[in-house]
Design a protein around this ligand. Sequence first.
Ligand SMILES: [Ca+2]
Length: 518
Amino acid sequence: MKKSLSRIMAAMLVAMLFATSFAAAPKALAEDYVLPEYIEFQRDNPGYLPAEKDGVVYNFYKDILGFGVIMPYIEWNGGTTYTEQLNLRIAAGDAPDVYAVVNGMENQLINDGSILDLTDYLQEYAPHCWEMVGEDVWNIIRKSDPTGQDRIWYVPKVFDYQRHGAMIRQDWLDALNLKMPTTQDELVEVLRAFKTGDPNGNGVADEIPTGGREEARWMDFLFYEYGIAMFEGYPGWDLYDGQLTYSAVTPNMRDALQWLSKLYAEGLIDPETLFNDKTSWDGKVSADRVGIFYHLPQTDYVRALNVYNATGHKAQFAILPAIDANGYEGCGFYQAVQSGDPQYVVNYTTDKGRIVASLKAIDLAYNMDYYMTIRLGPEGMYHKVLPDGTKEYIPEDKLSQERMPISVYDTVSNAEIVCNMLEEVKSEDNAWAVDNSIRNVKEIQQYGRVIAGNNIPSTIYEDYEDISSRKLYVEYASKIIAGEWPIEKFDEFVDKWYKTGGTEVTERARAWYANLTK
Ligand SMILES: [Ca+2]
């Protein structure tokens, strides 16, 4: 009896030991690190208060993540001062745990061993990020690894929708009894009618049919008719005759510039298009003077309201469909921006807790379950709860609001998110303009195409700063459009471009593409 009891007890003891060790084993594995009390997460701060330890924003993230997040103030200044300040801190061994990278600075950081190789951590500690970015883009990021080892050193922005488009004044078309142009010839006729028909109805021929900004920028839609890869005026890389080629040196560009110079000579493009800065061009659109302009449909409503405030006209912007240039059937498109631009890197460390916390913080920016929580921000600072329970944004006030280090919209965006945001800004007074914007965001999606050279790494331009800054292209394109130079000068440009580094850059671009698609 005694014996069997002790036997049972022994068995129980063994069972308990096993139970304990079984239960303890995974727990011990999961806790082979200790999360830090807080981490530093840096990105642009356009003048808000810093997020300090134990502050409102700090605690906001602490409630979500289990650890605090700080963001001491670093002046942004278009990224220039930010880069300088960050480099000083990195050199001093005092880098933030996570930080936004700008202007290709990640390549140097990778080569210097300053940042962490994220490849083996992402799936486990940043699963939403891993899912949302998607295999295609991870592949591009691997192939952009300057060490040639196909490692992942940064997490990218995820802009997965057609963001840009050309907007045409639907109310001007209506005023002149014109239909939406769908061919190049029809478009030119519409531009002519806008110029001479007084569609804004003020009795003065003050209309600017279309135009853009200095450096031949923000007229992308005219170039797209010729199948030219271009982003906000920057020529890009796409397949021409089956080969990855810089769009600026193709026959397509020659034909496009010839056409643009004709439009310019006829006064259908703003005579000041090559001098307009952002303010002056936006000002013309807002002054009810521009028929077609190229920008973001999601911000249409701001311009529509500007026009309304200036003139009392409820400007109706519609999407100009993608049009094929004569002789370029099937080529017309709008260039889609697909995710992939470097966004955040993690400071190199061997402290597992810091690594995990950094990845968790990053993951929050991609976690749609927290989308509204992050959009609303801390109660009392960014939003208030009304007596009926609805939440209302507190107006922007940089003197009282701390910058939120981790936001969703700056990292992730798609048509659905944008439309939801527009719904949020809608009120009884502005609904006519905002609904217009929402319709245009949805409308533009059908025309988007991702170019073959999407996310091509900036390293292809190494040692060729003039090509990277497209200096030669801007000079020739501007002078040809303005009629100072004949179109024949374009051939001289192509020749010069290849001789001053274009050949080398093209070889690198094609090697990148071959590696990407093999
Ligand atoms: Ca007029």
